[in-house]
Design a protein around this ligand. Structure first.
Ligand code: UD1
Ligand code: CA
Length: 522
């Protein structure tokens, strides 16, 4: 296996990509959560080359910086003002050690669906046949724009001729050059020195190496790839979306083969670096981005977007937007929850409907179930945060942090003004504004005493529907009480009548007076 390692892979990424019509360099556009050039580098790395070079020129600094981030060991090679794929490869060879021998693989930074397996297959075929050059080719229904592959009687490759330089007979050929090759590095170096720029585009063509190698009696063969997606490049935003959708289809399919249950693959978007455990259900309209990892037996979605989120086994995340967050095993999130960076929800914890969290560590079994802003907070295990609680973390100048202890209870509609500490096992009464710390076991109450003002509606809202409703309710109450009093009096009378020496009905208490007294108390 080790001698099948290429000496170097050269990734070409110096072109302008004008058809993208974008201020972002073409190879920095992303599909499946990775830039096009990151896909290319990953495929190249998968062949375990001794050297990896990326050729840059257009938007040089942006592309070079990104390449170094993606792969710090990659050599960034600068192409000079001489144009063409041949010159690009020459510049890469100049940036690599001068004494290279063995196989050099050339790929493009804008061909994102190419896999390491395909490149390894190319290298294996190149070695097995003892070729000087092996080129990956594809047969297309519409070969317009591509270099055509000219074969000799033996079926070997005689030359590649560019669309712009081809005659009608050559243009009718449907086998095209994908632009992906394996070269013997010595042949490549020597042939490139001979390549000129006498062609329709005035460029130094890499493809001219083939005719030169053939002229020296060396063997050039084609390695035909059937999966056309793997050789398709991105030239405009339509192709970007097309290849993005196909990559997603492949990623979602792989997730299902790995054990995930995807209800609707057509509306599910999973980035290439995401992992999903077996028997996790991904419901429709869900996007799982970045380096997210989802455990087993979870429910994700519907309509959920997770970016760089870690979800523990058995958790449920419904109609939620979350980024850079951790959701513990068995926890429940949603519906309609917004988890911002730094949210960490413990095992079996809960973040419920219309709750926003940020930089919030919520302990095991703790619950933030309804309508809460929980920013810059640490909430102990088993604590309960009542509906409508606001952690006021910002005073207009600085952010403050609040701690709520284990098994504490914050009543509904409270505001906790940071920085604040509420101890373990403490209570905050509903509707409180907490502006000083609460010790373990204390109850904090900050509300004003309730005052009920009699007759206010009759005086200040006379004649309104409200007044009518109040009068009707009071009249109904009065009738009900009169009825109850009359029944009670009748019972007393019946009891007395059945006894010897019974008193007359005139001696009992007036039911009318009782009613009047109660009425006045309202
Ligand atoms: C090239 C091939 C053509 C093949 C096609 C496949 C040549 C002469 N032609 O044509 O046979 O069918 O690819 O897509 O090689 N690049 C540089 N520096 C340059 C020019 C290009 O790095 O000076 C890079 C581009 O960034 C791109 C790749 O090389 O990633 C291909 O360049 P492009 O201009 O698209 O080549 P084509 O003309 O399409
Ligand atoms: Ca191209």
């Amino acid at each position: 296996m080790s001698d099948l390692r290429p000496t170097a892979v050269i990734v070409l990424a110096a072109g302008e990509g004008t058809r993208m019509k974008s201020t972002t360099p073409k190879v920095l556009h992303t599909i499946g959560g990775r830039s096009l050039v990151a896909h290319a580098i990953r495929a190249a790395r998968g062949t375990h080359p001794h050297h990896l070079a990326v050729v840059v020129r257009h938007e040089r600094d942006r592309v070079a910086e990104h390449v170094s981030q993606v792969d710090p060991d990659a050599v960034v090679a600068d192409q000079d003002e001489v144009k063409g794929t041949g010159r690009a490869v020459e510049c890469a060879l100049e940036a690599l050690p001068a004494d290279l021998d063995g196989t050099v693989v050339v790929t493009y930074g804008d061909v994102p669906l190419l896999t390491s397996e395909t490149l390894a297959g190319l290298v294996a075929a190149h070695h097995a046949a003892g070729n000087a050059v092996t080129v990956i080719t594809a047969t297309l229904d519409d070969p317009t724009g591509y270099g055509r592959v000219l074969r000799d009687e033996a079926g070997d490759v005689a030359a590649i001729v560019e669309q712009k330089d081809a005659d009608d007979e050559q243009r009718a050929i449907r086998e095209v050059n994908s632009g992906l090759y394996a070269f013997d590095v010595t042949v490549l170096r020597e042939a490139l020195a001979e390549v000129g720029t006498d062609n329709a585009q005035g460029e130094k063509y890499l493809t001219d190496v083939i005719a030169i190698a053939r002229g020296r009696g060396l063997t050039v063969r084609a390695h035909l790839v059937a999966d056309l997606w793997q050789t398709e490049g991105v030239n405009d935003k339509v192709q970007l979306a097309r290849l993005g959708a196909e990559l997603n289809r492949r990623t979602v399919e792989q997730a299902m083969r790995d054990g995930a249950i995807v209800i609707d693959p057509a509306t599910t978007w999973i980035d290439a670096d995401v992992t999903i455990g077996p028997d996790t259900v991904v419901r429709p309209g869900t996007q799982i981005h970045g380096a997210s990892t989802i455990g087993r037996d979870c429910v994700i979605g519907p309509e959920t977007t997770l970016t760089d989120v870690e979800v523990g086994d058995g958790a449920s995340v419904v109609r939620t937007q979350a980024e850079l967050a951790e959701i513990g095993p068995g926890a429940t999130v949603g519906p309609f929850s917004y988890l911002r960076p730094g949210t960490r929800l413990g095992a079996k914890g809960k973040i419920g409907g219309f709750v926003e969290t940020k930089n919030a560590v919520i302990g095991d079994g703790a619950k933030v179930p309804h309508l809460t802003y929980c920013g810059d907070a640490t909430i102990g295990e088993g604590a309960n945060i009542g509906a409508g609680t606001i952690f006021a973390n910002y005073d207009g100048v600085t952010k403050g942090h609040t701690t709520v202890g284990a098994h504490s209870f914050v009543g509904s509609n409270s505001v906790v003004v940071a920085p604040r500490s509420i101890g373990d096992g403490a209570y905050v009464a509903a509707g409180s504004a907490v502006v000083s710390d609460v010790a373990p076991g204390q109850l904090a109450v900050t509300r004003a005493q309730q005052r009920n003002i009699d007759g206010w509606v009759a005086r200040r809202r006379a004649g309104t529907k409200t007044d009518e409703a109040a009068r009707a309710a009071r009249a109904a109450d009065a009738r009900a009480e009169a009825r109850a009093d009359a029944e009670a009096a009748a019972e007393v009378e019946a009891a007395l009548a059945s006894e010897p020496g019974a008193v007359s009905s005139n001696d009992r208490l007036s039911t009318d007076r009782t009613t009047d007294t109660k009425d006045a108390q309202r």
